[in-house]
Design a protein around this ligand. Structure first.
Ligand code: GLT
Ligand code: MN
Ligand code: MN
Length: 389
């Protein structure tokens, strides 16, 4: 493990709901006993290299806890965090588990449900702030529809916008300093979830009252479920300055929501993702929003957690090796032909630039006939990943 131990630069986090996942699925009940938040902190402390634990309000405090019960839970968990050298970088709200949210929370057609969702989220923000969280995630698992017969989808968007605008102000009023991170998913638990991809979220953010407070929390599995290229979505978020948080896991496209250990399903995709994050100096949380196979006991859950971290660190090393590989870089240079004069033309629109561009004679057949060495480059990438380079 030593060689691939995390450095201070990797803020690896897990959720109370991820390592605490008891293995329930639509066809069977729990296979592991429910751990308390204190026990989960201890488990993660023993894994090694974990920076923090994130939670939904009700992962920590049950929805019907009395104020006295809540105070004791909070006190005990704070002590467990300190004892295990952990912090809480991110918090969020469970707006999907209780039957009241069966037809949405912020986007419900019922004004009373929307108001309750706001009330619940304000209380959850208070709780997150008490633990020092600075990122606040919004995953709207129930914000969608099975049929559009019940509601005009533009109404759903309007309600969601109103809720976020209200909550941005609530964060500012209380000086919580939260940055909101919106997490997209195309389906599950709803047949169709509104704002299905990270790209949809990025467009929506620009319609908010405080867009600078709001970014995205892309999750590997969520773009993969839809068969999309996750790395491209993360790239768009980076380009927009909106990558506030990231959920790492894995997923076979076209299946149910699997939330596998990071790197478990598509190592090549995971490699290009880790490379992108490192090439662009992403230094936010690396949150493993995944859970152990249903076959595991809690020793297996530790293996799962260590596996997530270890795969990330191995891929980080591979990415550095790839960047330093002379043959690989030479092939890259062959594909990406630079031309300072032409680039200058594109970057400054002027009458002169238009005239010059129109007058250039391109050897179209020659440019079209040029072979691009992707086969060789991709094979070298694979050989590096397979460990013989
Ligand atoms: C839930 C979901 C995740 C979200 C979590 C935050 S909860 O497990 O599948 O993708 O990130 O609400
Ligand atoms: Mn998921
Ligand atoms: Mn997630």
């Amino acid at each position: 493990m030593a060689k691939y131990s995390p450095t201070k630069n990797e803020k690896f986090t897990f959720g109370l709901w991820t390592v605490g996942n008891v293995g329930r699925d639509p066809f069977g009940g729990p296979v592991r006993p429910q751990l308390t938040p204190v026990q989960i902190a201890k488990l993660l402390g023993s894994v090694g290299g974990v920076h923090g634990i994130n939670f939904h309000d009700n992962d920590l405090v049950p929805i019907d806890a009395t104020p006295a019960e809540k105070a004791k839970i909070v006190k005990d968990f704070k002590k467990a965090l300190a004892d295990n050298g952990l912090c809480v970088p991110m918090a969020t709200t469970n707006l999907f588990g209780d039957p009241i949210f069966k037809d949405g929370a912020f986007t419900s057609g019922d004004a009373r449900v929307r108001a309750y969702a706001l009330q619940k989220t304000m209380a959850a923000m208070d709780l997150g702030a008490e633990f020092g969280a600075k990122t606040y995630v919004f995953w709207g698992g129930r914000e969608g529809a099975e049929t559009d017969a019940g509601k005009d989808p533009t109404e759903g968007l309007k309600h969601f916008r109103d809720a976020l605008n209200f909550l941005c102000q609530y964060s500012m009023q209380n000086n919580y300093g939260f940055r909101f991170a919106l997490e997209a998913k195309p389906n599950e638990p709803r047949g169709h979830i509104y704002l299905a991809t990270t790209g949809n979220m990025l467009g929506f953010i620009e319609t908010l009252d405080y867009p600078e407070m709001v970014g995205v929390n892309p999750e590997v599995a969520h773009e993969a479920i839809a068969g999309l290229n996750f790395t491209h979505h993360v790239a768009q978020a980076i380009d927009a300055g909106k990558l506030f948080h990231i959920d790492l896991n894995d997923q076979v496209p076209g299946r149910y929501d699997q939330d596998f250990r990071f790197g478990a399903a598509d190592i090549k995709q995971a490699f290009f993702l880790v490379k992108l994050l490192n090439d662009h100096g992403y230094n936010g949380s690396l949150h493993f929003d995944a859970h152990a196979y249903r076959s595991e006991d809690y020793e297996g859950v530790k293996d799962f957690a260590r596996g997530c971290i270890r795969s990330y660190m191995i891929l980080k090393e591979k990415a550095a090796r790839w960047n330093a590989d002379k043959e690989i870089q030479a092939l890259r240079a062959e594909i990406n032909v630079a031309d300072a004069k032409l680039d200058k033309l594109f970057s400054n629109f002027s009458d002169d630039a238009v005239k010059t561009l129109k007058a250039i004679k391109f050897d179209r057949p020659k440019l079209g006939a040029r072979g691009l060495p992707y086969e060789k480059l991709d094979q070298l990438t694979m050989e590096l990943l397979m460990g013989i380079r």
